[in-house]
Structure formats: structure tokens, C-alpha cells
Design a protein. Structure first.
Ligand code: ADP
Ligand code: MG
Length: 335
């Protein structure tokens, strides 16, 4: 199978009615997009590299899903509606058994969000997937990292820490019962981009980011760019890790094999959850819950912003817990 046969077979599909706005898709030197009049483009790229972002032998179907999901998550964080994406793919070899499920996983998520594959590049090389997504947002409506105000509530969507805990288990550093590991692994390998929530938060949230590198790190970007700080309540945060919660969901009765310190570390610094962290003034608390309900995405208030810079994590008595809660950084000095 040659390069062009590969593209035609796996990545070129007949244009569908869904793809309005795509004047020309895969096959020419450029794609042509027709923007909705008056809208702004929101554009973002994310690269996934074998051995760094995923295990080389990961199920290609889940990899196709995740490669697009992490990109859609950036659109979600901006409150943008997905429209189109490009796919730059380096492959060690052209194998149908890999390409077919990869394309299926990719297109299943793309179709669920009405996001059309409009072009890309294909080359031989170490497995590397780079997607660029394009979405639309009304001018001035995009959720930015820079809008948080002192006294805003800090919220996160969904659950946090499960992806990191699954990774710890896969690396043999922690242990979960099989059913919980399956669920946690699903969060690691097939994250759900919170696109509907992001759209619903436009005009409600003052700032937002997606949690890709760890809650405190990504919240830290909001705080730095907004010129504020925040306090995060550990007792609320630790309950966000679904893999450790008991069935009643009340206190979070942790599996004896997962110490609280590890659970908290996964929640605060784990990363790969692709939830949204965002801020909104207390006066909009009802609007935040309405956005959560409208998008079918639970949100939890985990703290408050304040004038003093940085992030403080406090226990139930308000006492500050010692860090550091290092988030993921590709170029951080090794410990
Ligand atoms: P060029 O030589 O102009 O860079 P290519 O020969 O690389 O173009 O690609 C031919 C067409 O196939 C282009 O329309 C390109 O956008 C598309 N394409 C290449 N690789 C992919 C891919 N992995 N997914 C989708 N479209 C692709
Ligand atoms: Mg060309």
C-alpha cells in the first residue's frame, strides 16, 4: 500500500452534508474552509508521540479517539464549536490492521462532534500523530485563561485523577481491582472532551483551561494569566477521583491499596483527564449549574480565587498542605 492509496483508503471520505463549511476537503494541495459569517476561528494543535504520550502497543482504536479528543478538549476550553481538523501522521509501516481501527476510532469521535477531517500529511517515521483542530466562536465570546477575578469560585468538570492512577497501575506502581482499573484505564485511553460544557460556559465562566498536565498546573496557568491566586480545598478535590470512591459516593472510602496521599497527588497533579477547570463569580453559581445540567456534565466547586498569587491547597481546617504538586512538564529537570 503506497502513501496515496493509504490516504485514499483510510482518511478520504465522501463529503457529507454534516461538513458544510468545508468547500474542499482531502485531496488537493490545500483544503478550503468557508467560515460562518461573523465568527472567529479557534485553532489548536496537539502532538502525540509513541512512548511519551502513549504505549506503542496501545489499541489503535482508542489512540485514534484520544488523538482527536485531546485536541477537541482545547476547543472545549475556549468554548468553541468544532468544525474541522488536519492530521499529520508519521508511521513506521502501513499496516491495515493498525490503520483501520485507528481511523475508525478517530472518525467516530469526529462524527460525534461534526468535525471534518480536511487534510494532513503522511510520512514514514517513528509513530507520531499531530492534529490541528479548528472551531468557531462568536467574536469576544471565547473563554480565555486571563479572565479570572478575585473572589471567583474555582470549578472542575467530571472526575480527576483516574487517568493518572491508571497510568500508575499500568506502570506497576499502584494496584486497583480489575473493574476499577478498567474504568480508570478508559479515562486514560478514551478521554471525553467537554465540548458541550465549554459551549454552555460562554458568557458564564470568567476563565477556563482544560486539565491536560495536572489540575494545579493548568489552574496555575489561569491564575498567572489572570494575575490572581487561589485556594483549593483538598477534602473536596480528593473525592473527584472516581476509581477510589466507594459505591455510595459519600466520603470516598479508599481502596486500602491506594493511600490518600497518592489519590490526592493524582487529582491535583495527575494530568491526562481532559476535564475543564474554570472560574466564575459566586453570583453566577446558578448559571454554572445550569450550564452543567444543559451539557450533562457534572461540575464541582473546589475553591476560590484570591488576591495573593499562587495556589494553596488546604485541609478541612483551613491548614495549608505542603506541596510540591508538580504537574507534567516535558522539559522539567529530572527529580
Ligand atoms: P502535498 O504533497 O501537497 O503536501 P500530500 O501528497 O502530502 O500533499 O497529500 C495529498 C492530500 O492528502 C492532501 O490533500 C493532504 O491534505 C491529504 N492528506 C495527507 N495525509 C493525510 C492524512 N493523514 N489525513 C488526511 N488527509 C491527508
Ligand atoms: Mg502539494
Amino acid at each position: 500500500m503506497g502513501e496515496f492509496e493509504l490516504i485514499a483508503r483510510y482518511f478520504q471520505r465522501p463529503q457529507r452534508p454534516l461538513d458544510d463549511g468545508v468547500a474542499l476537503g482531502v485531496g488537493d494541495d490545500c483544503a478550503l474552509l468557508q467560515p460562518t459569517p461573523g465568527m472567529q476561528w479557534a485553532v489548536s494543535s496537539d502532538m502525540l508521540i509513541s512512548g511519551r504520550h502513549f504505549f506503542a502497543d496501545v489499541d489503535p482504536r482508542t489512540l485514534g479517539h484520544k488523538a482527536l479528543a485531546v485536541n477537541l478538549s482545547d476547543l472545549a476550553a475556549c468554548g468553541a464549536r468544532p468544525r474541522a481538523f488536519t492530521l499529520a501522521l508519521a508511521l513506521p509501516e502501513a499496516r491495515a490492521e493498525w490503520l483501520q481501527p485507528f481511523a475508525e476510532g478517530l472518525f467516530a469521535l469526529a462524527d460525534a462532534h461534526g468535525c471534518a477531517l480536511i487534510g494532513g500529511d503522511t510520512t514514514r517515521g517513528p509513530l507520531n500523530i499531530c492534529i490541528t483542530v479548528m472551531g468557531e466562536v462568536p467574536p469576544g465570546q471565547a473563554l480565555l485563561r486571563s479572565g479570572a477575578q478575585v473572589g471567583d469560585d474555582v470549578y472542575v468538570s467530571g472526575t480527576l485523577g483516574d487517568a493518572a492512577l491508571a497510568l500508575q497501575c499500568l506502570q506497576g506502581k499502584a494496584h486497583l481491582p480489575p473493574a476499577l482499573l478498567t474504568a480508570a484505564r478508559q479515562r486514560l485511553e478514551q478521554p471525553t472532551p467537554r465540548v458541550a460544557l465549554g459551549l454552555a460556559l460562554c458568557g458564564v465562566a470568567t476563565a477556563a483551561a482544560d486539565v491536560s498536565d495536572g489540575l494545579l498546573g493548568d489552574l496555575g496557568h489561569i491564575l498567572t494569566q489572570s494575575g490572581v491566586g487561589a485556594t483549593v480545598e483538598a477534602e473536596i478535590a480528593i473525592k473527584l477521583i472516581a476509581a477510589c470512591a466507594d459505591n455510595t459516593g459519600s466520603k470516598g472510602q479508599f481502596d486500602t491499596k491506594i493511600p490518600d496521599a497518592l489519590a490526592l497527588q493524582c487529582v491535583l497533579a495527575g494530568g491526562d483527564d481532559y476535564e475543564l477547570v474554570f472560574t466564575a463569580p459566586p453570583a453566577r453559581a446558578a448559571a454554572v449549574q445550569a450550564a452543567a445540567q444543559a451539557s450533562g456534565t457534572p461540575v464541582t466547586r473546589i475553591g476560590r480565587t484570591e488576591a495573593a498569587g499562587g495556589v494553596r491547597v488546604v485541609d478541612g481546617n483551613g491548614a495549608q498542605l505542603p506541596g510540591p504538586w508538580a504537574s507534567f512538564d516535558h522539559f522539567a529537570a529530572p527529580p
